[in-house]
Design a protein. Sequence first.
Length: 507
Amino acid sequence: MSEVLAVIGGGAREWALAESITKSKNVSEVHVLPGNLGGAFEKKCVWPIGNDRIKIRNFNDIKQFIIDYKQEIQENNGRIKRLDDLNEIISYLSENNIDMVVGGQEKYLSQNLKESCEKKGISCWGPTSKAMIVEADKCNTNNLMKKWGIPCPKFENFYDADSAKIFLRENFGRNGKKYVVKYPYLFDGKGSRVCNNLEEALSAVDDFMVDGVICPPVDKITIEERLFGEEVMVFYAVHEGQVKYLGSAKDFPERFDAEDTFLIDRFNKRMGHPGEMVNYITGGMGVVAPHPLLKENPELIKKIENIIVLPFLTNLLEEEKLAFNGIIYFGLCAVKENNNYNFYVFEINGRDGSPEAEGRWPTVETSLYDIAKKSYEGKLDELNVKFRDNVCVGVFAVSGSFPWFKGCGFESSQMPPGYPGKHLTGQTIEYSNELPENSFHRHAGTFITQTSNIAVGGGRVILGGGIAKTYNEASKMAYEAISDKYVRFVGKSFRKKIGEDIDSIKY
């Protein structure tokens, strides 16, 4: 008998998870909520919207919704209502006899998604809110790794801005040391500031603890010694002490390519930091999968599992009494020391990543349905996860900044910096999903207007992806997928070199 699953979250990651689930012949459909306009383009997917929770299965459905529910949309400031409140979500899941829920977005997992589902008798694959502390409190996680001997950068936690600044003034630049200032809680992947000089580090402390410009001021931060190496993301299905490898990816978190100094300078000026050259960290501007360092090196994967993954999860279970179930991913810095790669943990997340999920799942042959089922039942040892013999590159088109022009709606001195700072929304997107074979889109921040136009609804807008035998070929396909031929809007911006020349790199 076919099953009906649900994926909880509102971005591009959730469509990647849903697409993998739909590959199973045991699944009739996947409901994604809150979801976004991507639901109008994904096969076997359902996107519930509006006060009446109308089920959208294609683009014609949503155009009809706009006609039928015109007044409701007007009363909601011209936007379609999504089911984004956890109580509404749980109610919908119960009413629609969902067989299993897959937790996607950290927000809902931290708000008791798993506990709320299971109170209603609905199976939910994902960590409890208590287990989400591995992501939701970076100061605490750093303390645990230090206690358990998990390799990570040297760090200090601070509970007031003055102490943090004293530490930075005394240590920044000493023996060549640089630092990363980190927001301790959930912040959509934008909570790290990689600092090139003392002034940038002091500004980061103010931004997180004092000014409240980019976030409400927080009561603590962690400051880590900056490591220089290769960033590697690894992913695992977990049931308490059991783990199963789900692949790897290389993220591109910096907003701009390093050589785009004019754009970096303009962004800092518009963020209120003239003279600084911080290449701000985003939720991810693009991805390649699998990571080229691990693609042909299974011995390195085993090393990561033995030194980092298994010790961390075992101690979490035995010492903290936290049984982790779901997807976990480790952000690692691979540093070559004495001709060997050693790995240091700079982040841990209690769910899949974005854009890592968008790039990684197209390379996994096994359906996420089978993985989630076996993991939930504690039978990961029965599972053989198969990978395809191809690679994937994904590139995000984001709502960026643009040169001032008369009539743009802003004074020249008040132009928004663009994502990940304040950015425009509401711009109409000239859009086509008639993509070449082995190319795809994943919607992250889109909505539909009352006139049935697709529009920008967030900072990261649409990811274009390509699947091929080589990274260079996949990269060309990804950039074609976000070209003006398929995605065009005012302020569109993207990194220019994601996936380029990776095939020729010797690790």
